[in-house]
Every structure is written in C-alpha cells, then in structure tokens.
Write a protein that binds this ligand. Structure first.
Ligand code: SAM
Length: 286
C-alpha cells in the first residue's frame, strides 16, 4: 500500500478519479479517500468499488450519495458536516468532479460558508483528449455536451464559429455522427477535427481528419464507448502547401525569415515551427 490515512483538516476535497484505467488514480486521491471523515459520491457503488480495488478501507465511515438531483437539503447537510469540523471527499462517477459532472452547487455552497475547498487533481477526459489530439493546446474552449436537438445544437455551434481556440465537446456514442454533421453544416468541411474514443481503455481510438472526412467515416457506424470530439480553431482550415509557400515568399520580401514564418503561421493558424521549416526549404531553393 502506497497511500496513507491521516487526519485531514476540515473542508471539501474534490477528488478526481480515473476515466478508464483504474490505475490512473493518484496517490494523493487515495490518501484523501483513506482519510476523509465522509465520502460523498455521485455513484456510491462506483466509489466503493474504486476504493476496494485500491485497498482503501471504509472502517465505518459513511459513503453518501450526492448528485445533481440531491437538492438543497443534501448540500446543507454536507456543508453542516464541514462547518462542524469534518472533512468531506467528493468523487463523481469518473474524472474530475464539476467537469460535466455534479459538484458545482456543493463547491459554491461550501466556499460561501467559509469552508476550505481543495482538490486532489487528476484525470479528466477534456485534458486527455486535447493532449493526444494533435490540435493546438495553447488556447482551448471546453464546450461539454451540446443540446441533442439539431436546431439548438447548430445555433450553439454558430456562436462558436469564429472562436480562435480548439473546441472540445463531450458526446454520447449514439449522437457522435449527428454532432459531426452539425459541425460540418455550420463550420464547413475543411476544419481539422479529432474524435477520441475510450481513452485509457482497451479499445482506445483516436481518429483525425477534416470534418468532412470524419463525418463520412462515422456515417452508419455503430459507435460504442465514451467520446470526445475536438475541432481545430477558426482560421486553421486545412490549406495546401502552395498557398502557404506563396504567402511565405511574399512575406520574406519585406521581413526576416523568422518574422515571416511567425506572421504566416499566425495567419493560417499553423504551428510556427512547421512554417519555419518550409521557409528554410524555400530559401534553400532560391
Ligand atoms: N467529469 C468527467 C471528466 O472530467 O472528464 C466527465 C464526465 S461526463 C458525465 C462523461 C463524458 O466524458 C463522456 O460522455 C465522454 O464524452 C467523456 N469521457 C469520459 N471518459 C472518457 C474516456 N475514457 N474516453 C473518451 N471520453 C470520455
């Protein structure tokens, strides 16, 4: 056993849990789960099972259910526990609580009551997907689940059309094709996109392409598992190398190569290093 149970200061501990592979739990998450006076969980069975897998005993400590429909009474009871000196660890079903998961009302009420709110950070599908996507990670917007109705969904996508950030959506496997079609309808078929399925699990799959290609690939496919869809930022449509080369040649007439690469990379929404490499080749060829 690599974790330790020791008394915790009173407060709310938001504990991230694995999004697939049980071994992605952090040692500190286990410390907190082993030590908190009360465990509150979106799904008490999942929480008990996770603790059991890692050998964290309950030793008579309560595991109470807390989710979006628990209501004001449940928030008040947990906050009263904390103001009364108890430590409460909150886990959602998977990943980081509050990220497309319950915990917001509890965290807010705890903070408002002057209770210390802290985190045992760890897995979250948004970060896992972003890092493997190959899309720019410097600026991203987490959108989470869009409405299931096509019109409402497309209205929300339209509001994001010019956002110069990588966009991250959560979606159910049944609706992934519908989401890709809506994205294509509103954003056009040339935007780069990525579908991440079952991250950290046995059938992990990352599909990259344009919205047009991916909508085609997922048509009629019976998709299973958990899905994150990412879309490249506005202004980063797939452009052919000739267009970049032309822009570079023009920019290099008035700028140093490095500045020209930075300017053109910015204009096309491409990584600077990639454009700089092309500039080097162009200079060699002249
Ligand atoms: N709190 C979680 C987090 O931090 O990512 C998210 C909970 S939300 C109810 C569940 C959604 O997250 C799934 O429908 C899917 O979109 C995404 N997700 C969770 N686990 C995933 C995984 N292993 N691979 C891909 N997507 C995942």
């Amino acid at each position: 056993m690599n974790f330790k149970a020791s008394p915790l200061a009173p407060g709310l501990y938001l504990v991230a849990t694995p999004i697939g592979s049980a071994r992605d739990i952090t040692l500190r998450a286990l410390d907190v789960l082993a030590s908190a006076d009360v465990i509150a969980a979106e799904d008490t069975r999942t929480a008990r099972k996770l603790m059991e897998i890692h050998g964290v005993g309950l030793n008579g400590r309560p595991v109470v259910a807390f989710h979006d429909h628990s209501g004001d009474g449940a928030v008040k009871r947990l906050v009263a526990d904390m103001t009364g000196g108890k430590s409460v660890a909150y886990v959602s079903e998977a990943g980081t609580p509050l990220i497309a998961d319950p915990g917001y009302e509890l965290g807010r009420a705890a903070a408002a009551a002057g209770v210390a709110v802290t985190t045992a950070p760890g897995p979250s599908a948004v970060i896992a997907a972003l890092t493997v996507s190959g899309l720019p990670t410097d600026r991203f917007a987490f959108v989470g689940f869009l409405p299931s109705g096509k019109t409402q969904r497309e209205t929300e996508i339209a509001a994001l059309r010019d956002t110069p950030f990588t966009l991250v959506f959560y979606e159910s496997p049944k609706r992934v094709h519908g989401l890709l079609l809506s994205l294509l309808n509103v954003l056009g078929d040339a935007r780069e996109a990525v579908v991440c399925r079952e991250l950290t699990k046995r059938f992990e799959e990352v599909s990259r392409g344009t919205l047009g290609q991916l909508a085609g690939d997922f048509e009629g496919r019976a998709v299973k598992g958990e899905i994150v869809v990412l879309v490249g930022r506005a202004g980063a449509e797939v452009v052919d190398d000739d267009a970049i080369a032309r822009a570079l040649r023009e920019a290099m007439q008035t700028m140093r190569m490095k500045d020209a690469a930075t300017t053109v990379a910015g204009a096309f929404g491409l990584p600077r290093r990639q454009v700089y490499q092309l500039a080097l080749t162009l200079e060699k060829d002249t």
